[in-house]
Design a binder for this molecule. Structure first.
Ligand SMILES: [Zn+2]
Length: 138
């Protein structure tokens, strides 16, 4: 299992309230390897806006009507199997989604993607839930 990646650092996945080390401790390494391959194939930067979230952080999102956050017991972010990636460009979004689908297939991983155009991010996870899935945040 690799402990370092070509394009990503564990710190990019730290929980915003738990801080340093929480990404390394809680993120699934295969998931970051998956993102690394996507990043390499896409050829453009992928900024992580949210990676690991502790249950307390997730609960605060659930309580905020601005978000459509999943309960902490079911959130793939709390399991270290998800990330939100800043993508605001229609072309880059298309390339990202296509590339992620292809690489998930190559790596035999489940793939779930949610798109928010309004908030400018794509959620991606490899959680053990019904898959494949592609949804749009309202
Ligand atoms: Zn936290």
């Amino acid at each position: 299992m690799p402990m370092s990646f070509e394009y990503f650092k564990f710190s990019e996945f730290d929980c915003s309230c738990c801080g340093k080390g929480s990404g390394k401790q809680n993120m699934n390494h295969d998931f970051i390897l998956f993102l690394d391959k996507i990043r390499k194939s896409c050829g453009f930067g992928l900024a992580i806006t949210s990676g690991y979230r502790c249950k307390r952080k997730q609960q605060s999102l659930v309580l905020n009507p601005k978000y459509q956050a999943t309960h902490p017991d079911k959130s793939s972010h709390c399991k270290g199997l998800a990330a939100d990636i800043k993508i605001t460009n229609d072309e880059k979004r298309a390339i990202f989604v296509g590339t992620a689908m292809d690489i998930a297939s190559e790596m035999d991983l489940p793939i779930r993607i949610g798109i928010s155009k309004r908030q400018g991010f794509c959620h991606i996870d490899i959680d053990n839930k019904p898959t494949p899935r592609l949804w749009i945040y309202s």
